[in-house]
Ligand binder design. Structure first.
Ligand code: FPP
Ligand code: MG
Length: 329
């Protein structure tokens, strides 16, 4: 079983320096804001995005260096804080009470405060970026915010609709998840001033990993033994059609399809409808079909890495691909 600890190894020292960098930059004056900020920052999850930034910076650095430096830490902070803010807002939108096994910010301090906390994190992030004078990184990373918003709005418009299809699903996950992972990988390369083609190739690598990462997230939603810190079948209760269900719907006869969609409409208030759909997805091979698509993205991602010389950083990025497929948290 691949572990994050092993993947982090080549940048373990940098990740510590990065943590200190974040603590130094992120603090708030007012009591409530400062409490919410501390809470949000103390449970930032697996830290996959900053780890990708630093591994990419290491792999693309022109020569081996001790400590990747402030530009790499800044890039890592810019992407991670966009992610943190987006999840705070996402939990408000989804009315989710839990995140990573703890009450969400909205559950603890109400939605109206949580929205402001998310805004504050985004604003501070930008202001730290601008004051640093590293405008290329700030511009590169900020593009991702608009894409995330687009992904979220398309999802809210289409995810529960019968017209949901693969094209729409891939468009949503590319925008809401893969884009920021792509930017994490490319910002790392940019931070060490890698050539433009390499920055672009890293973006493609990160996007492929991100597509796989979100598909696995959608699979884990159907896995009741997973340890994500989120209740199982959240997506069904939110009427979201993700790849495991989509794959089953695609293969169902028209009447069965209509039946399944009718059940989906009941899922927020009727646990037996959730159970039936869960069963239909498992029995119909939806999880297996989604996993095949996920593995294909990871295969492409690993293939891209062959363009770089062998290094502990590259090994870690290859291992990250194995981790994405295996993870259950
Ligand atoms: C989680 O999806 C949500 C996202 C990855 C993106 C959320 C984006 C916004 C709310 C747009 C606003 C952006 C910013 C930067 C403020 P999910 O609901 O499928 O995952 P979950 O199960 O972890 O909640
Ligand atoms: Mg959500």
């Amino acid at each position: 079983m691949m572990t994050l600890e092993l993947i982090r190894k080549p940048v373990a020292g940098d990740l510590e320096a990065y943590e200190a960098f974040v603590t130094r930059h992120f603090h708030a004056e007012s009591d409530l804001l400062s409490q919410m900020l501390r809470y949000a920052l103390s449970s930032r999850g697996k830290g996959i995005r900053p780890m990708i930034v630093l591994l990419s910076a290491g792999m693309n650095a022109p020569e081996p260096q001790a400590g990747l430096g402030q530009r790499a830490y800044l890039a890592a902070m810019l992407v991670e804080m966009i992610h943190v803010a987006s999840l705070i807002h996402d939990d408000v939108i989804d009315e989710a009470d839990e995140r990573r096994g703890r009450p969400s910010l909205n559950a603890r301090w109400q939605s109206r405060n949580a929205v402001i906390a998310g805004d504050y994190i985004l604003a501070r992030n930008m202001s730290i970026g601008m004051s640093s004078g590293q405008f290329d990184l700030v511009a590169h990373v900020c593009d991702a915010i608009a894409v995330l918003c687009e992904g979220e709005i398309i999802q809210s418009d289409k995810a529960a609709r019968t017209e949901m299809n693969r094209e729409a699903y891939f468009d949503i996950i590319r925008k809401k998840t893969a884009s920021l992972m792509g930017v994490s990988a490319s910002a790392g390369a940019m931070a060490v001033r890698a050539p433009r083609e390499r920055v672009e190739r890293m973006r493609q690598f990160g996007e492929a990993v991100g597509m796989a990462f979100q598909i696995q997230d959608d699979i884990l939603d159907y896995t009741r033994t997973a340890h994500t810190g989120k209740p199982a079948n959240n997506d069904l209760r939110e009427h979201k059609i993700t790849l495991p269900l989509l794959a089953v719907l695609e293969q169902a006869a028209p009447q069965r399809r209509a039946e399944l969609l009718e059940k989906l409409a009941l899922c927020d208030g009727d646990p037996s409808a959730v159970d039936e759909l869960q069963h239909a997805v498992e029995q119909g091979g939806g999880i297996r079909m989604a996993a095949d698509v996920m593995r294909e993205y990871l295969r492409q991602a690993v293939e891209m890495l062959a363009e770089w010389e062998s290094s502990p950083y590259r090994d870690s990025l290859v291992n990250l691909c194995a981790y994405v497929a295996e993870r259950d948290i």
